[in-house]
Design a binder for this molecule. Structure first.
Ligand code: CA
Length: 343
């Protein structure tokens, strides 16, 4: 268990009792008072499935509202798991950034915020900040482990992978790596988000939770392969944590190799306004200095395309989905062999 966060006063409340055994399906209610609803609430779906003794695991989907495999897999668990199959407690949250999930957008249409840049939230802040504050203050302290199921979203197509959130705590790092490898995705990747501390997974590590992330496909669609990887991976991790019985475990398929995004060199950013033409597909082996693609200004034929280059050796891990780019857009992401500490 992590250290208890200071409990800040909040008006949010749950319609389920996390202390009760069995299956309950309800909501985290955030009082929300816009023009057309003076005393209404924002309803964030939450289910609790608890039985016997064992760890408490939070499963998060819909952190970004345009990433679909995780929310589908969590919804299935809510409907299909028999509480008698569980040892411990699952807190299942398929659509945490609920207004973004309903809109099918990355960020919340209510306050414009990226949920995954708001931890530890603010119970007196905007709706997004209030949701993340409730998770930080009330749910993380109940939990032993956290699964945050992302995909690439509308703008990125990413190779299906399980993600390790880096931590300075060697014991937690060891447990995180073991849990992420138990997910058994085709790839395992360490992603630091350049040291970003306001993400759900960084905050979960800060709270001492065993933390597992994913990047399941993307491009704003549902990938058949990634959905299969996600369904099996979630159950594999729950078996690893002792919440589900071995019979839920899928056949081994990952090679156990760990990759990482090597800091800022991982990214190829657009250098001009235009249309990005990639030179390689996801999974291609690439090298530092090699031309990665070029940007065309199709509305001005007098302008030469601008070529952009890879800044590191590695494999092409993700690629921008829309062709249209503006300066600073992330066009390509490279992963390479992980060289950091394992334990
Ligand atoms: Ca995401």
């Amino acid at each position: 268990m992590g250290h208890k966060a200071t409990i800040r006063p909040s008006t949010a409340f749950l319609t389920v009792d996390p202390g009760k055994a069995g299956r309950q399906v309800g909501f985290l209610m955030i009082p929300h008072s816009p023009h057309d609803d003076a005393w209404g609430v924002t309803r964030v779906p939450v289910a609790v499935i608890a039985n016997g003794t064992g760890p408490t695991v939070i499963l998060e989907g819909g952190n970004h509202g345009d990433e679909y495999e995780g929310p589908i897999a969590i919804g299935e668990l809510i409907r299909e798991l028999d509480p008698a199959e569980v040892q411990g407690r699952l807190i299942l949250m398929p659509a945490n950034n609920v207004h973004a999930v309903i809109a099918g957008t990355r960020t919340s249409p209510v306050d414009g915020l990226n949920f995954n840049r708001t931890f530890p939230g603010d119970p007196r802040g905007t709706i997004t900040q209030q949701i993340t504050a409730y998770i930080s203050d009330h749910l993380y302290p109940m939990a032993d482990a956290f699964l945050d199921l992302h995909s690439g979203g509308s703008s990125l197509d990413i190779l299906p992978s399980a993600i390790i959130e880096p931590t300075e705590d060697a014991g937690l790092r060891r447990r995180n790596i073991a849990a992420v490898q138990a997910f058994d995705a085709p790839m395992t990747v360490v992603i630091s988000n350049l040291g970003e501390s306001r993400t759900a997974t960084a905050a979960a590590c800060q709270a001492g939770l065993v933390t597992v992330g994913t990047e399941m496909g993307g491009g704003g669609t549902v990938s058949l392969d990634a959905l299969d990887v996600c369904r099996r991976g979630v159950r594999n991790v729950l078996v690893h944590l002792g919440v589900l019985d071995e019979k839920h475990k899928g056949p081994k398929r990952g090679d156990g190799k760990i990759l990482e995004l090597p800091g800022s060199k991982a990214y190829v950013f657009a250098t001009m306004d235009g249309i990005f033409e990639p030179f390689h597909g996801n999974g291609a082996a690439v090298s530092e200095g090699q031309p990665a693609g070029r940007i065309h200004c199709t509305w001005d034929a007098t302008r030469e395309p601008e070529t952009v280059h890879y800044q590191t050796d590695g494999i092409l891990y993700g690629r921008r989905q829309p062709g249209r780019v503006r300066p600073g857009n992330c066009c390509l992401v490279i992963a390479r062999e992980y060289e950091g500490p394992i334990a």
